[in-house]
Design a binder for this molecule. Sequence first.
Ligand code: ARG
Length: 462
Amino acid sequence: MAHKNKAVWGTRFSNTTSKLFEKIGSSIDVDKRLYEEDIHGSIVHAQMLVKQKIINKKIGKKIIKGLKKIRVEIKSKKFIFNRKYEDIHLNIEKRLFDIIGNDAGFLHIARSRNDQVITDFKLWVKKASEEIIKNLNILIKSFLKKSEMTVETIMPGFTHLKNAQPISFAHYLLAYVEMFKRDKNRFNSNIKYIDECPLGVGALTGTSYKIDRNFTSKKLGFKKPTSNSIDTVSDRDFALDFLSSASICAMHISRFAEELIIWNSDIFKLIKLNDKVLTGSSIMPQKKNPDPAELIRGRAGKNFGSLQAMLTTMKGLPLSYYKDMQEDKALVFNSFDTLLESIHITNELIINLKPNKERMLSLANEGYTTATDFADYLVQNNNLSFREAYKISAKLVNYAEKNKKNLNQLNFKELKKMNKNLNKNVMKVFNVKNSVNLKTSYGGTAIKNIKKMISRLKKEFK
Ligand code: ARG
């Protein structure tokens, strides 16, 4: 009997696999995570074989009962995974033989591990994408909550890490909400691409049995069966899509982490983080370091690395199945675990973050952040072109710099020196809150814009 402690291909082989190859060839330590999907796929496959009268009902029932028993065994951690049987598919098949005897051999009619593994993997990636989406929703809600509390918190907006123009802290947080929304969209559209069922294409050619691929596709929750058997077993685009979306999301998270690290520094002091998300130093008693933020910034590298590794594995790989592709699972699982954890940590960070309002406001007044507003004022009130107004404002900045003053510390007399036609109401231009509130164009930082945006987003993320 081929199944007795031998590989399924034992009949053809006169020697067993070398221990060394068994070690690298076996993927069970990694792909056991697919057990749920594998059993589900096998049950549906068996149902289809019965429906199509390819196997009889009695055998079908026996197979399905055995598979369900295996599911319970794995769930309750009683199942013994064995590297000798390579992967999750063969481990389960082997156990089915143990439980129901030789009738287990009917299950592999009209399928191959090649279509089986992609079916399982696609189902898993779909589930994983949904999990990421769910957690991004939670993260977005935390950002919205913090935004609501900080609409009126004014800070300097930066370009080139130089003070640029005043913004609302909430507006800055909502920028990340936009990024996470795009991340969600990416994972959602990946799910649409995944939606074709591989089961039934066999090793690469399709099969001579009268199978019903529409039945299995529907039962497994796919929209339709895949259209080309060769492409089906060769395709790992769905894994790449996942890795790419995960990388982009991790990149967003790492940008946020980086800003928190800078802002939490003793030089910036723009935010305060709760001790919950800080760690101490073994030598410097005064230290409180933002390690969690640093970790998620660094871990983006793991997500990018997985994407790069997968692309490199696929590049130049001829059709159809090659063992190279077995490495795909570890990459995707790692990327998923890393990203999920990073999302959780980001959520902790945003909850435990407090803007240092006074410091934000005082920094917003430094660096001549209202110089652009002054130029705009001259265009709107004194009939100047923007380039002329720009020059006058630049002169004002030079004057303020020379006299060691912020723009809001200048008096009307000093301003008049720049342009004698100025009206007294020009003074309000140098108020940073006023500056924020002038940016009423759609998508701008004016407080009333932000309030509208938050209530719209709150409806979207109830
Ligand atoms: N464990 C294998 C994988 O993940 C399953 C496919 C094996 N197919 C084969 N022709 N050896 O890729």
